[in-house]
Design a protein around this ligand. Structure first.
Ligand SMILES: Nc1nc2c(ncn2[C@@H]2O[C@H](COP(=O)(O)OP(=O)(O)OP(=O)(O)O)[C@@H](O)[C@H]2O)c(=O)[nH]1
Ligand SMILES: [Mg+2]
Length: 339
């Protein structure tokens, strides 16, 4: 690691918000050397409580996150917020930034706010989010909140970085069934029927409760690498609460439920199990990305994709033979190392 990078890490660990912001920018841009930074931070992580907030556009996520941050600050806790916009092609998260943006906490440096957007990074957003969470965790933020619009697989991947996931559902949104399809219902530990001041909240609470009752496979889709004591006792049943984020109503009860989930994760060893699962996924993702880069390099060395395709079109070769050819040098290296 360069001296500059070492300084940056030291400053971040010493609590300098400017260094934190710079590290996250490097992570987001995948600046050369960002990997060394994240590697250096890893040893300092593991203490933050990571909460994911998702839900349909305009559900009130930012408004709720703002109220949450205020409450946490009142409790003397430090907060980091990452607003992730998976669909936005714009840089710097300007789109999110122009909406409700931590209105009451602007200027309070103990609430660090940052938005991140897809920027055309292929599948890299959840990696970037995971890394940004690490930076906030290493910095010493007690609570790290990830806000993301719930729509597709990308968002689900993003929110899985969190230990506890809350899904916001506005009353009578007609979204419920759609969410089921998108798999969001499966990842919610807590459901907040926000905008409970609007009509139809009771019915939405009831619908959600019924949907939860129909499920009995909480956490079943999690794979556990290694045995963690007590995990079989994890039997959290998702809870449904009502909130009026814009007035702060129900926010305390909502935070209590988040805390209850956290306690249950800890007591059952599920917190550890989830972390293990995430690390396994992280390692696999990095390996896939690195391998893919190697392969792209090999494609170039073989004349580039266009040329390879022409040869296939002309029936000089076929896709299987091309794949074998392109991989041959990599295979040889591996065989040499092994023997
Ligand atoms: N009536 C009512 N309006 C609310 C409530 N909470 C938030 N809003 C309003 O809903 C609108 C959207 O709120 P946001 O907090 O920006 O929603 P969001 O989910 O972050 O939106 P995106 O980030 O764009 O997906 C704003 O006009 C809020 O003032 C609530 O409890 N009741
Ligand atoms: Mg928002």
């Amino acid at each position: 690691m360069s001296a500059e990078q070492t300084d940056l890490v030291d400053e971040l660990l010493a609590g300098k918000h400017r260094a934190l912001a710079r590290v996250i920018t490097k992570i987001e841009n995948r600046d050369p050397g960002y990997r060394d930074l994240v590697s250096a931070l890893h040893a300092h992580t593991g203490d933050a409580d990571v909460i994911g907030i998702t839900g349909s556009p305009g559900a009130g996520k930012s408004t709720l996150v703002d109220k949450m941050a205020t409450r946490y600050r009142e409790q003397g806790l430090t907060v980091g917020v990452i607003a992730v916009d998976p669909s936005s092609p714009f840089t710097g998260g300007a789109v999110l930034g122009d909406r409700i943006r931590m209105a009451s906490n602007v200027g309070d440096m103990e609430v660090f706010f940052r938005s991140m957007s897809a920027r055309g990074s292929l599948g890299g957003l959840s990696t970037a989010t995971t890394d940004a969470v690490k930076a906030l965790d290493a910095f010493g933020k007690d609570k790290v909140i990830i806000e993301t619009v719930g729509a597709g697989q990308n968002e689900i991947d993003v929110v899985r970085t969190a230990d506890t996931v809350a899904v916001l559902v506005p009353p009578e949104s007609g979204d419920n069934v759609q969410m089921l399809k998108a798999g969001i219902l499966e990842i919610g530990d807590v459901f907040a029927v926000n905008k409970a001041d609007l009509k139809g909240a009771d019915r939405t609470v009831q619908e959600l409760t019924e949907m939860i009752e129909m499920r009995d496979d909480y956490g079943a889709n999690l794979e556990f690498p290694g045995d963690v004591a007590g995990v079989e006792e994890y039997d959290w049943k998702p809870r449904v609460v009502e909130t009026v984020a814009k007035d702060g109503e129900g926010v305390d009860a909502f935070l209590d439920v988040l805390e209850a989930h956290r306690d249950h994760l800890e007591a059952t060893g599920m917190l550890e199990a989830k972390a293990r699962t995430r690390y396994a996924e992280e390692i696999r993702t990095l390996l896939r990305e690195d391998l893919s880069d190697l392969v792209e390099g090999e494609i170039e060395d073989h004349g580039g994709m266009a040329e390879l395709v022409e040869a296939v079109v002309a029936r000089e070769t076929d896709p299987y033979a091309v794949a074998d050819d392109v991989l041959a040098p990599l295979r040889e290296c591996v065989d040499e190392k092994r023997s």
